[in-house]
Design a protein around this ligand. Structure first.
Ligand code: CTP
Ligand code: MG
Length: 229
């Protein structure tokens, strides 16, 4: 079976703010999204990458990677899950049994090492796998008043990162299943979980941050400049 990739990049970066969406901001001599795409393009075993763009996107076509024959473009939706679903449709040659890696445009610091681990362990698993990082803070659940209702056991809590790896047909069907039922899907794994399946957690580097707020860009710059370590 082959491996495909999807990059959701149709968001507007409302928490980051500013005119230009965060995936197009400069970072270490390139834009944020070019780091994400180039890291996947560097792997010869990825057949094609479908990038979901905002309907009014005017930037992507000017990037060097836009001309790569393995990079396909499509228009995303108002929710991340819809953007991913649209990108799957754009991968017309994929078979249901193929694998698909979904990776946020806004995670430019993912390492080749972590992608390799995810593919090795995920492709050997019945359902697939996601990169995840152990919780470093103690996590509280609040009640409606804002008082602490419960302290959760940190040892069984993980932060979900991307890439996330699933069978192409299973992910497509899980996203449409959840869409019909209006289930909240915040990552691909949650859609698969709603279908009663249990993906594997693969521990990845906590350097694989999502650019969400302006400070994250400065942190990413530091992580990328120390990449040789
Ligand atoms: N994304 C997308 N389609 C959407 C929303 C988000 O393709 N309708 C993409 C973003 O471009 C980003 C990734 O999903 O690469 C992770 O989403 P997030 O960090 O939440 O980005 P934004 O939605 O753009 O930011 P915000 O939530 O602050 O508005
Ligand atoms: Mg968002």
């Amino acid at each position: 079976s082959r491996i495909w990739a999807v990059i959701p990049a149709a968001g507007t970066g409302s928490r980051f703010g500013g005119k230009l969406a965060k995936q197009y901001l400069p970072l270490g001599g390139k834009t944020v999204i070019e780091h994400s795409i180039n890291t996947l393009l560097a792997r010869g075993d990825i057949s094609a990458i479908a990038v979901a763009l905002h309907k009014d996107d005017e930037v992507f076509s000017s990037l060097a990677c836009a001309n790569d024959p393995r990079v396909l473009r499509t228009t995303g939706g108002s929710e991340r899950a819809n953007s991913v679903a649209q990108a799957l449709i754009a991968l017309e040659e994929a078979d249901d049994a193929d694998w698909v890696l979904v990776h946020d445009a806004a995670r430019p610091c993912v390492s080749q090492h972590d992608i390799q681990q995810l593919l090795e362990l995920g492709c050997a698993h019945a359902v697939g796998a996601i990169l995840a990082a152990p919780m470093v803070d103690t996590v509280k659940r609040s009640d409606k008043r804002g008082d602490i209702a419960e302290t959760l056991d940190r040892n069984e809590l993980w932060r979900a990162l991307t890439p996330q790896l699933f069978r192409f047909g299973e992910l497509r069907d899980a996203l449409s299943y959840c869409r019909e039922r209006q289930f909240a899907v915040t990552d691909e794994a949650s859609a698969i979980e709603y279908c009663g399946r249990r993906p594997l957690l693969v521990e990845g580097s906590c350097r694989n941050i999502k650019i969400t707020y302006p400070d994250d860009l400065a942190i990413a710059e530091v992580f990328l400049s120390g990449e040789e370590r």
